[in-house]
Ligand binder design. Structure first.
Ligand SMILES: Nc1nc2c(ncn2[C@@H]2O[C@H](COP(=O)(O)OP(=O)(O)OP(=O)(O)O)[C@@H](O)[C@H]2O)c(=O)[nH]1
Ligand SMILES: [Mg+2]
Ligand SMILES: [Zn+2]
Length: 288
């Protein structure tokens, strides 16, 4: 039996595609790996054995990191894709950012369909998310690809975000592919969940994962009183809070709240922080 190491580049039901040494192999997974749906995912490094021409994933090597949604492993960077339409869900965006920081993944905000953006829309976003890189792109007009390439080169990047923001369209434009894309449903102005599996493509000098759109994210596992440490944009001011462990919620003399009032911290970011904080304290109540 021959053993080799490889990376899972695609999973469609029980069929795994593994890239190893310049070639792609179709493989099945050992029975015990099939018991838990989270035991093998795209991005995993695996040990592949060949037994009379059939390939089987024997084991999964330890993950460097994993994202909850999209569920992928071993990524350097996540492109959180939003667009002019569907309307950006910034609560979802902030939760994905938290998930990234917790897992040591670099988050980059990618605003697609930028040719439709109104005056000042992108700069407002850049102000609200000044602690991270924001890249405006258009799959349709092939804009912003140089900036994407700078981020992808030598890295493994996953696309993340709502359905119909144009993740697959970006893959198509960058790679000259013809993967299936689809518009928004006319009635509810939401995506149709067109992409049904995750797949890694060599692109822009690195690896890019196209993923399935999603609209809900349960909370990352962060204790409510540690949430504040994930907000770089608040930390610049929190030194001025009366209490060192201030959560910037209802404590007196809170420098973060003052910075929100003076416009130094984006009010939307703070509102969503409160919402996430409340969701966390609520779930902590039910835990014990
Ligand atoms: N105007 C404009 N439309 C775009 C652009 N990029 C994508 N679209 C359109 O947006 C729609 C959704 O694109 P998809 O690429 O299928 O979106 P997705 O993010 O892959 O969606 P899911 O696979 O469902 O998660 C399609 O109708 C695209 O033609 C763009 O830069 N400008
Ligand atoms: Mg897609
Ligand atoms: Zn405070």
């Amino acid at each position: 039996m021959k053993k080799t190491e490889g990376v899972v580049t695609k999973i469609v039901s029980n069929l795994y595609t593994v890239y190893s040494d310049g070639a792609y192999y179709d493989a099945a997974a050992r029975g015990r790996l099939r018991l838990n749906p989270r035991s093998v995912t795209v991005g995993d490094r695996v040990v592949l054995t060949e037994d009379s021409g059939a390939f089987v994933i024997d084991s999964v090597l330890p993950r460097r990191n994993e994202l909850q949604r999209p569920f992928v492993a071993n990524v350097d960077t996540a492109f959180i894709v939003i667009a002019k339409e569907p309307k950006p869900d910034l609560l979802l965006t902030d939760k994905i950012i938290l998930n990234c920081f917790r897992e040591g993944v670099r988050p980059v905000l990618v605003y697609n369909k930028c040719e439709l953006a109104g005056e000042g829309e992108i700069s407002a976003l850049e102000r609200a998310y000044s602690f991270m890189k924001v890249i405006a792109v258009s799959a349709k007009e092939r804009r912003g690809f140089g900036a994407l390439e700078e981020e992808v080169s030598g890295k493994t990047v996953c696309l993340a975000g709502q359905s119909a923001v144009g993740k697959t369209s970006l893959m198509n434009a960058v790679l000259d592919l013809d993967l299936k894309t689809d518009g928004l449903s006319a009635k509810i102005k939401r995506g149709k969940n067109t992409t049904r599996h995750v797949e890694i493509y060599p692109a822009l000098g690195g690896q890019v994962m196209d993923t399935c759109g999603f609209s809900m994210l349960t909370l990352v596992n962060i204790p409510s009183d540690e949430l504040k440490y994930y907000y770089e944009d608040f930390m610049k001011f929190s030194g001025g809070c009366k209490f060192t462990a201030c959560n910037h919620v209802s404590e007196p003399d809170c420098a973060v709240k003052k910075a929100v009032a003076s416009g130094d911290i984006d009010a939307g970011r703070y509102e969503r922080y409160l919402q996430i904080y409340n969701e966390l304290t609520e779930s902590e109540k039910h835990r014990y």
